[in-house]
Design a protein around this ligand. Sequence first.
Ligand code: ROI
Length: 168
Amino acid sequence: MMSDITAFIALGSNLEKPALQLQRAVDDIDSSDSMRLLSCSRLYRSDPVGPEGQPDYCNAVISITTSLQPEPLLDTLQTIENHHGRQRSVRWGPRTLDLDILLYGDQQVHSERLTVPHEQMHGRAFVLYPLNDIAPDLTVPNKGRLATLLDNVPFEGLDVIAEHWPWF
Ligand code: ROI
């Protein structure tokens, strides 16, 4: 479709078989009428950022094409999160599935519900390194080149746990 936009989505989980949660999320996204998977980063284990004492996370980044505008895309991703048993209780607490819109084309969005580019992405290793797997030449609107952002965020608290996935 002519109006399709490329968007980058960060996936995170640290409850109930995190790798399986990410795998199912990719399936749900790709089987949706309004979203198509383009590429998938490697799969990472990461130390929790935020409150201590929660389990390690599984993280990845994917790119998709979508016919949806940013807010309907957010709605659709939140519906998938809810299907994965996501409970919104503790801020920065553990979660079965988190789907964050990192980038929506080269557009900037500032609404009550949504900020794109994602406000914290430029400082988070668990976002930037997976993103670099699939879009090393990217420039983040207002933040500069991904390669430059990576210079300021060490590869720490991260392990690649799979080069190739989803597995099925
Ligand atoms: N920490 C890691 N490592 N990975 C995440 O996806 C993640 N998501 C969050 C908070 C709680 C900030 N910490 C995280 O929302």
